[in-house]
Design a protein around this ligand. Structure first.
Ligand SMILES: NC(=O)c1ccc[n+]([C@@H]2O[C@H](COP(=O)([O-])OP(=O)(O)OC[C@H]3O[C@@H](n4cnc5c(N)ncnc54)[C@H](O)[C@@H]3O)[C@@H](O)[C@H]2O)c1
Length: 243
């Protein structure tokens, strides 16, 4: 039996794709919003026997997000979970970060979750049930240079989630954050290969984090068992930071 539809942004690749695969195995149908095609994710979800829908959606564009919400609400109701995973992380010093880059990072990483919540929270409220998981990063607690816009955006995600949780709890909706540590994805290797040499050694569990190491936390935060956890941030990083 379906647990309803889980929306996952940025699930055509990387960690989001692993979330899609796990939530499908948990019994959710999956709807993906990404700026690129999600054919590989479709195959993984359908292999678990679940329904799949995707659209080319830019999470920074309200009209694109609202059209996606209309499509999902008519094709695959009810939406029970929303995972705001889409994110970008250009590696730039503060000096090299121009305003355009700053705006772009804040827009994808923080405006995106805001717009997606605006589009999907009303339906969750009507049905008196919802699970929202926003994605931050443990860089928020670390000495991590070259990431001013990124860390500002992820701090915003944590603040937004804490505040949103206070307003939606009475409607059976929880809102939490997963904060992954450095995780082995193609994009992260393109951005900065060198940190994979030393950062995993600083973790209590000194191994490179794979997308699959993160999925259990998202599964739990989307489950009935997490009904009384809201406004929280769970660092999922092999024990590097303690919050
Ligand atoms: N990989 C890491 O080490 C790491 C660590 C901590 C947090 N994170 C966070 O996890 C999330 C996923 O990271 P990843 O490494 O899997 O990245 P990724 O690049 O592999 O995947 C990100 C996905 O988001 C999509 N996307 C980008 N801009 C978009 C937009 N405007 N609208 C819709 N989709 C868009 C991309 O097309 C891509 O499919 C991000 O929020 C990232 O900040 C990653």
């Amino acid at each position: 039996m379906s647990k309803g539809t889980a929306i996952i942004t940025g699930a055509a690749n990387g960690i989001g794709q692993a979330y899609a695969q796990r939530l499908a195995a948990d019994g959710f149908d999956i709807a993906v919003a990404d700026v690129v095609e999600a054919n590989a994710t479709k195959a993984l979800v359908e292999a678990k026997g679940r329904q799949f829908f995707s659209a080319i959606v830019d999470v920074t564009a309200a009209n694109s997000v609202n059209q996606f919400a209309n499509d999902v609400n008519s094709h695959m109701p009810p939406v029970t979970a929303l995972i705001n995973n889409a994110g970008i992380y250009p590696w730039k010093s503060f000096e090299d970060t121009d305003y355009e880059t700053w705006r772009k990072v804040i827009s994808v990483n923080l405006d995106g979750p805001f717009l997606m919540c605006k589009a999907f929270v009303p339906g969750m409220k009507e049905r008196n049930f919802g699970r929202i998981v926003n994605v931050a990063s443990t860089t928020f607690w670390l000495n991590a240079p070259q990431m001013t816009a990124y860390i500002a955006s992820k701090g915003g995600v944590i603040g937004f989630t804490r505040a949103l949780a206070s307003e939606v709890g009475q409607f059976g909706i929880t809102a939490n954050v997963i904060a992954p540590g450095l995780t082995n994805t193609k994009t992260m290797h393109n951005v900065n290969d060198e940190i994979f040499d030393y950062l995993p050694k600083l973790q209590a569990i000194p191994k490179m984090i794979q997308p699959e190491d993160l999925v259990g936390v998202v599964s739990f935060l989307c489950s009935q068992d997490s009904a009384f956890i809201t406004g929280q941030t769970i660092a999922t990083d092999g024990g590097q930071v303690r919050i």
